[in-house]
Design a protein around this ligand. Structure first.
Ligand SMILES: Nc1ncnc2c1ncn2[C@@H]1O[C@H](COP(=O)(O)OP(=O)(O)OP(=O)(O)O)[C@@H](O)[C@H]1O
Ligand SMILES: [Mg+2]
Length: 253
């Protein structure tokens, strides 16, 4: 039987009084990638924000239902504790411009006291940059500014920063939407490697059916704030049961 790293139970989210998620129940198997798909405005980003408790920061947001990480409700945990286990990568690369490449990756482990010595910190930084498939490109300029990197490299740096806390679960909100195809493939490969080698569980929002089939084991299809179909990626993409899913994969939604 599959083990679930993450479970969303009857989740409702209202933003400024409007119901955006309308009772989402979905389980994310451990050590696998689940692609979350659906038309624009359907609530994909809102779902990720609710999982990671980022909606706490929005006074206009109201949340009902539950999100459980390895069986524990995130609403019974401190937000910083949730974000150590569940990291997030956004659509826009967002390295801290005033910190060096090294410090961008080291900031999380430093704040959480994960390294006792400089050497241990160096090892974490190197590990995260390697896993993000960026190490070879930056190892000779760790002290320089991230703003000298290309957009795709900056996005891989954002990934490395998220990985530096060694999260068990990674939420990715269209992480390749703003990068070129070569970088997109590197990011996809990085995620597959983390799943294979580290047992990472990933929730990967994407608009692209081809990417979903390449990168994920499972697809969850959201429409109008509800899950209308979920299952193994190839089945959902090639043989959808719901007419809305079928329309979406034909490019008509
Ligand atoms: N602060 C807010 N107040 C009210 N409505 C909001 C707010 N933020 C987002 N929304 C609405 O919530 C809905 C879901 O937005 P969300 O960003 O989750 O969609 P999405 O599926 O990620 O879309 P996209 O594919 O375009 O990224 C949208 O209709 C959006 O207009
Ligand atoms: Mg979105």
């Amino acid at each position: 039987m599959a083990t679930y790293a993450l479970e969303v139970r009857d989740l409702h989210v209202w933003l400024s009084g409007k119901e955006i998620l309308r009772g989402v129940t979905v389980r994310f198997p451990e050590a696998a990638v689940t692609a979350v798909m659906g038309p624009s405005g359907t609530g994909k980003s809102t779902l990720l924000r609710a999982i990671n408790r980022l909606l706490d920061l929005n006074p206009e947001a109201r949340v009902e239902g539950d999100v459980r990480v390895y069986g524990r409700s995130v609403y019974e945990m401190e937000p910083y504790e949730v974000r150590r286990i569940v990291a997030m990568v956004f659509q826009e690369p967002n390295p801290f411009p005033h910190l060096s490449i090294y410090d961008n990756v080291a900031i999380g482990p430093r704040l959480h006291g994960l390294a006792r010595t400089k050497r241990e910190l160096d090892e974490i930084v190197r590990w995260a940059l390697e896993k993000a498939m960026l190490w070879d490109e930056v190892k000779d300029r760790l002290d320089s500014s991230p703003m000298k990197l290309s957009g795709g490299q900056r996005q891989r740096l954002s990934l490395a920063r998220a990985l530096a806390l060694k999260p068990r679960i990674l939420l990715l909100d269209e992480p390749t939407a703003n990068v070129d195809p070569v970088n997109a493939v590197k990011i996809e490969e990085a995620i597959r490697g983390l799943v294979r080698e580290e047992g990472l569980t990933a929730v990967f929002v994407t608009h692209m059916p081809s990417q979903a089939v390449r990168v994920s084991e499972y697809i969850v299809f959201l429409y109008g704030g509800r899950v209308v179909e979920q299952g193994p990626s190839r089945e959902v993409a090639l043989n959808p049961r719901n007419p809305l899913t079928e329309k979406f994969f034909r490019g008509e939604l």
